[in-house]
Design a protein around this ligand. Structure first.
Ligand SMILES: NC(=O)c1ccc[n+]([C@@H]2O[C@H](COP(=O)([O-])OP(=O)(O)OC[C@H]3O[C@@H](n4cnc5c(N)ncnc54)[C@H](O)[C@@H]3O)[C@@H](O)[C@H]2O)c1
Length: 286
């Protein structure tokens, strides 16, 4: 491969056919074509599930990782955070993790300051922290409504608000919000969750407009069902129906989504902003 070529498969022969005797050069696997090395990502809710997969995806590319989390009822998030931190550090990159509730703007600002001090900057933000609190609409309490809206949309707003000055100053930044296919096709009993994810998509587009002139891309992914602990809270028949209804006949592994997030943070996606990529195996087509 020509050293000047960004493409592992391109020939250096100016378009001429290679001699018949030449050994065909096979493309080398290049999962992370441009350097994430030396850069820093913040992944909210990065201790578990999809957030952990995203954190590891960036770490494997050489990117420093900061993540935050809160304890959740019936879940051992703290110990999971330690495991995630260990796995990230095993990739040879720095990691900073902390308990930080994204609903609290002052805590988020403190977290962002700590990330800058400890890891030296912020280049990517993945707003992954999210909760559910399901119930038939007529039984949803104001608390259940606020908890989900404040975390899923308010938390993302707080984090974008906190990183925006730094990203604007460096005229570089990639932000990806984790929405859901339920924003487009809600199931029963998730009025708060569906509304929060639809609002998150609205926030994605508005933030893309406000931050675009500073060289910051803001996009969203809308996963279908993903195999994480969150999914174990759903009735088994919901999952079986999802598998059956998905065009691809499967439920996503966390990596099916984290790789799309990585793509949206890459140079290959530099001209994409304000968009939502639905990663649902065709569930919303059914
Ligand atoms: N699993 C799925 O099927 C699925 C499908 C579509 C979208 N999503 C979205 O993906 C994201 C991750 O979900 P998951 O399946 O990995 O669930 P999860 O419960 O394993 O992860 C959620 C994480 O968010 C953190 N968190 C919750 N509230 C927080 C707060 N106030 N401040 C900081 N951190 C907080 C938790 O500590 C946890 O680590 C969520 O936004 C979810 O809505 C999941």
């Amino acid at each position: 491969m020509s050293p000047s070529s960004p493409y592992p498969w391109s020939s250096s022969g100016g378009g001429r056919a290679a001699p018949a005797s030449a050994v065909q050069e096979r493309p080398q696997p290049q999962r992370h074509p441009e350097a994430l090395r030396g850069r820093v990502v913040i992944v909210t809710g990065g201790a578990t599930g999809l957030g952990r997969a995203v954190a590891l995806e960036f770490a494997q590319g050489g990117c420093g990782v900061a993540f935050n989390y809160v304890e959740l009822p019936g879940r051992e998030v703290g110990p999971q955070a330690l495991l995630t931190e260990t796995a990230i550090k095993a990739c040879g990159v720095p990691c900073y993790s902390a308990l930080c509730d994204v609903r609290e703007m002052d805590l988020v600002e403190h977290f962002v300051t700590e990330v800058r001090n400890k890891l030296g900057g912020i280049h990517y933000l993945v707003n992954n922290a999210g909760v559910t609190h399901d119930g038939a609409l007529w039984r949803l309490t104001p608390e259940a409504w606020s908890e989900v809206m404040d975390t899923n949309v308010g938390g993302a707003f707080n984090c974008i608000h906190a990183v925006a000055p730094h990203m604007r100053a460096q005229r570089f930044g990639k932000i990806v919000n984790v929405a859901s296919h339920q924003a487009f096709r809600p199931g029963f009993g998730i009025a708060n969750y569906a509304a929060s994810k639809a609002a998150l998509i609205g926030l994605t587009k508005a933030a893309a407009v406000d931050l675009g002139s500073a060289g910051i891309n803001v996009n969203a992914v809308a996963p279908g069902f993903v195999k994480t602990e969150l999914l174990t809270q759903l009735p088994r028949e919901v999952l079986e129906r999802a598998e059956h209804e998905s065009v691809l006949g499967r439920v996503a592994e966390p990596e099916d989504v984290s790789r799309v997030i990585l793509f949206l943070c890459s140079e290959a996606a530099r001209h994409i902003t304000g968009q939502v990529i639905i990663v649902d195996g065709g569930l919303t087509l059914a």
